[in-house]
Design a protein around this ligand. Structure first.
Ligand code: SF4
Length: 357
């Protein structure tokens, strides 16, 4: 039995070719950090994100040039694109007309109902969903004044925004409720999941640099997913967004929800290790970054304990003193001169891949 609770039932929506919600797999998202109007740079980053396993990408649309650029970007990418808009409903309409597969807006900051209605009508005409993005840092003034920037206030804002769209007969909605700390984020999603069946995009926003960002995202997203909450995820890092995708997949893999590509296990090394395992591990990791082969590879520091400690690995290497070993499922296959260990490992992985196909 899975240690993760059964996914909470949400309504099904479609972002381009990707189903979101209900029984659809939890999708991994990211957002570009290029200037969207720089089409070549944006397409380049989306291509790298796609290779890393990004399934839905969001781009910022701060002005009309960015909105119009979507048309050219869409022709050159393979994954659905969501346009992220603040304040200006004309940008949302232009982005939808340019071919965006979804809009991320906050109806509360789009302005009067007729403007929200114009966006909802346009999204409906194009058959695309709207994500209501609630952020603890930009709640409506009246909600903030009475409730503070609390999880309850975030939920209130989300429900209000959902109600605005549903009153316009627009139901193709996804919500996110993000705060920059794990506690409020988790509480807000727990609360909203009992109040609506709208699919949830989960993440801890502005999570920080590598260490803080990965830790907060893994704990926040991980806690929610383990409770069955979350239909799409985004890890937020002040880094290349490709790294967000890699962390997102590792979170899903750790929870045994989905997996993609090789799993690399490597030991932390100790006084028994007589090779430069850190360099070897990095070389193997880099070489397998975009591989989609379902394989478990072990890179262990010593012959004595390595094969036993990594018994579940399909293929592994362990360093010795001048001579290393290749092992499969804990069994030693052959001895290999240390300077050929990585080369032999790659040959074996290639063989494994062709055996799988
Ligand atoms: S595999 Fe060997 S080197 Fe690595 S941690 Fe275990 S005992 Fe130490």
């Amino acid at each position: 039995m899975s240690f993760v609770k059964t996914r909470q039932k949400t309504r099904s929506i479609k972002v381009g070719s990707v189903f979101v919600g209900n029984a659809a797999p939890v999708a991994v998202q990211s957002m570009t950090n290029t200037y969207t109007q720089d089409v070549a740079a944006t397409v380049g980053q989306i291509t790298a994100l796609t290779q890393a396993g990004c399934e839905i990408v969001r781009v910022a649309v701060p002005d009309m040039e960015a909105a119009l650029a979507i048309k050219r970007i869409k022709k050159q990418i393979e994954i659905p694109l969501i346009a992220d808009i603040h304040f200006d409903h004309k940008l949302a309409i232009a982005a939808a007309d340019a071919g965006a597969d979804g809009l991320r807006i906050n109806p509360g900051n789009i302005g009067p109902t007729h403007k929200v209605k114009a966006v909802a009508d346009c999204a409906k005409a194009h058959g695309i969903p709207i994500r209501v993005g609630v952020n603890a840092g930009s709640l409506e003034k009246d909600i903030l004044a009475t409730m503070g920037a609390t999880p309850e206030a975030m939920v209130e804002s989300a429900l209000r925004n959902i109600a605005i769209l549903e009153a316009l007969d627009f139901n193709d909605i996804k919500i996110s409720l993000k705060a920059s700390d794990v506690e409020r984020t988790v509480q807000a999603y727990r609360l909203i999941s009992t109040r609506t069946d709208v699919p949830l995009h989960v993440g801890v926003t502005e999570a920080g640099g590598l260490y803080a960002g990965i830790t907060k995202s893994a704990i926040g997203i991980g806690m929610l997913l383990s409770e069955g909450i979350g239909d799409t995820i985004r890890v937020s890092l002040t880094r290349d967004p490709v790294e967000e995708i890699r962390v997102g997949w590792e979170i899903l893999r750790s929870l045994k929800i989905r997996k993609r590509g090789p799993e690399i296990i490597s030991c932390p090394t100790c006084g028994r290790c007589k090779i430069n395992l850190f360099d070897i591990a990095r070389t193997v990791e880099d070489a397998l970054l975009n591989s989609t082969t379902d394989i478990k590879v072990a890179i262990m520091g010593c012959v004595v304990n390595g094969p036993g400690e990594a018994r579940e690995a399909d293929i592994g290497i362990a360093g010795g003193d001048g001579i290393g070993i290749l092992f499969k499922k804990g069994k030693i296959i052959k001895k290999v001169p240390q300077d050929r260990l990585v080369e032999v490992l790659f040959q074996e992985i290639k063989q494994y891949e062709s055996d799988q196909n």
